[in-house]
Ligand binder design. Structure first.
Ligand SMILES: *[C@@H]1O[C@H](CO)[C@@H](O)[C@H](O)[C@H]1NC(C)=O
Ligand SMILES: *[C@@H]1O[C@H](CO)[C@@H](O)[C@H](O)[C@H]1NC(C)=O
Ligand SMILES: *[C@@H]1O[C@H](CO)[C@@H](O)[C@H](O)[C@H]1NC(C)=O
Ligand SMILES: *[C@@H]1O[C@H](CO)[C@@H](O)[C@H](O)[C@H]1NC(C)=O
Length: 425
């Protein structure tokens, strides 16, 4: 057994066993992971270089690119799958906006085969599919005047999920709504839910353009988060001095840029079999969690070449504040709060302003959106919660919502039924 398998088994395997207790079947999978990765590299030699539009086109789906400028001058790129072979162009298709999680991008929806990947399933079912890319990701680095890659000017990176909610959400929702004259279904994963909750409370008028919101890995209250990467980083990021230091080191960006700068070319790195099986899977596991039985190891080289994507240090600092203090409120500037907010503490996001039918799915083994925190968020949402569903799979984790092998069976089919039947909007 080579060193990378030992590493993999030790770090991810042990951890997985700790969480779920019984993984005999999946341990076997782990052992042959190396062969699967090699096989995957033969099958998809250029997977790593493919970006969202190519990943959509590879399966014969049409793709459109749309740039949207926010009120604070960020330029976001959205991708649209307007129709598909099994659902030709037709007037009146209902738009669905999918928004990815932290350190991810629109590629997260495109890994599985068409009958298992949410974006393709939606297109085949007659929906007009829109994939968002939050500011700061490799897809949405535009700004009308600020550079995103100047180590001497970090102004571009001065945002958190607060600005994604305040500016990105209305810009994208209004754009789609104006183009299609249709109300929208919103599907958020992780930070895609966070920015929706803050965004609607800051722009309550947007609710009239949303049919319903599907919340996968609901992330608003998060102080029971056990994710090791988040727990290790949080103390540094809630301390202004160390947050400042990390900003300087990383050029305003969290993790990936630092890795690219100091560790090497992350993409090239993760698509080499030996390294992949050890270091990159471990990084992926620490960041996102790995559910052995739901992870398709033949997909990991491709996934690891794209995730983690970038975000700002400030986004992670804002999340760390919530994970540390159990709050869901605006960014905490410490001593400068008074100047910013005219109060010692940042204002809470106002749940009473939120009026959107909300469908929640949670996973028992999600170490970022842990069930007890999802419950707290659901309680705050009150009557807005029209459905609260546990994914009936004991080791269901954070990334299973988007790359789980059986996500179609465990939740996508249910979501599609809700949308096709107009159950909640
Ligand atoms: C969107 O913006 C990107 C980055 O500025 C640019 O490369 C691309 O051509 C633009 N796409 C469209 C459709 O305008
Ligand atoms: C990273 O690797 C990719 C794929 O091998 C290559 O195309 C790209 O030029 C590399 N980038 C850097 C900065 O070395
Ligand atoms: C959950 O799954 C178990 C099998 O794993 C099954 O016996 C049970 O009926 C399922 N419950 C629901 C509500 O579907
Ligand atoms: C409506 O929902 C039911 C299950 O609740 C499902 O059997 C049916 O196929 C759905 N109809 C459509 C058009 O999706």
């Amino acid at each position: 057994m080579d060193i990378c398998k030992v590493l993999f088994l030790l770090v991810v395997g042990t951890w997985g066993t700790l969480v779920s207790g019984d993984l005999t079947e999946c341990d076997a999978l782990t052992m042959i992971c190396g062969n699967l990765v090699e096989e995957a590299l033969t099958t998809y030699p250029n997977y790593a270089e493919k970006r969202t539009p190519q990943l959509i086109q590879r399966l014969g789906y049409p793709v459109e690119e749309h740039n949207v400028t926010t009120d604070d001058n960020y330029i976001l790129t959205m991708y649209r799958i307007p129709y598909s072979n099994s659902s030709p162009p037709a007037p009146g298709k209902i738009p669905v906006l999918l928004v990815h999680g932290l350190l991810a991008s629109s590629v997260q929806w495109l890994w599985q085969p068409p009958d298992k990947a949410l974006a393709f399933m939606l297109a085949d079912s007659g929906f007009d599919v829109w994939l968002g890319n939050s500011r700061g990701t490799s897809y949405s680095r535009g700004h009308t005047f600020l550079p995103s890659n100047d180590p001497n000017n970090l102004a571009y990176w001065d945002f958190s999920f607060h600005e994604m909610g305040l500016y990105d959400l209305p810009a994208t929702v209004n754009f789609i709504n104006a183009l299609t004259s249709q109300r929208i279904y919103y599907i958020g994963h992780s930070l895609g839910t966070t920015q929706f909750f803050s965004g609607i409370s800051l722009n309550p008028g947007l609710a009239s353009k949303i049919r319903a919101m599907f919340s996968l890995a609901t992330s608003a209250y998060s102080n029971h988060m056990t994710n090791p990467a988040a727990r290790v980083l949080a103390p540094f990021l809630v301390t202004p001095a160390t947050e400042q230091l990390m900003n300087q080191l990383g050029g305003g960006q969290l993790l990936p840029q630092v890795m690219q700068q100091y560790v090497g070319n992350f993409t090239a790195y993760c698509t080499q079999y030996t390294i992949n099986c050890g270091v990159c899977n471990t990084i992926f596991g620490l960041l996102f969690g790995i559910d052995m039985c739901q992870t398709d190891f033949t997909q990991l080289p491709g996934i690891l070449a794209h995730l983690p994507d970038t975000t700002s240090i400030k986004t992670f600092a804002h999340i760390s504040q919530g994970a540390t203090f159990g709050t869901f409120r605006r960014y905490d500037y410490g001593l400068k709060n008074y100047a910013k907010y005219n109060s010692l503490f940042p204002p809470d996001y106002d749940w009473s302003k939120y009026h959107v039918p909300t469908v929640i799915y949670y996973g028992d083994n999600d170490n970022i959106a842990v069930p007890i925190d999802v419950c707290a968020t659901a309680t705050a949402l009150g009557d807005n919660v029209v459905q609260f569903s546990r994914v009936n799979y004991s080791t269901w984790d954070h990334m299973d919502f988007v790359i789980g092998k059986d996500a179609d069976i465990y939740l996508y089919n249910d979501m599609l039924n809700i949308m096709r039947n107009h159950t909640y909007g």
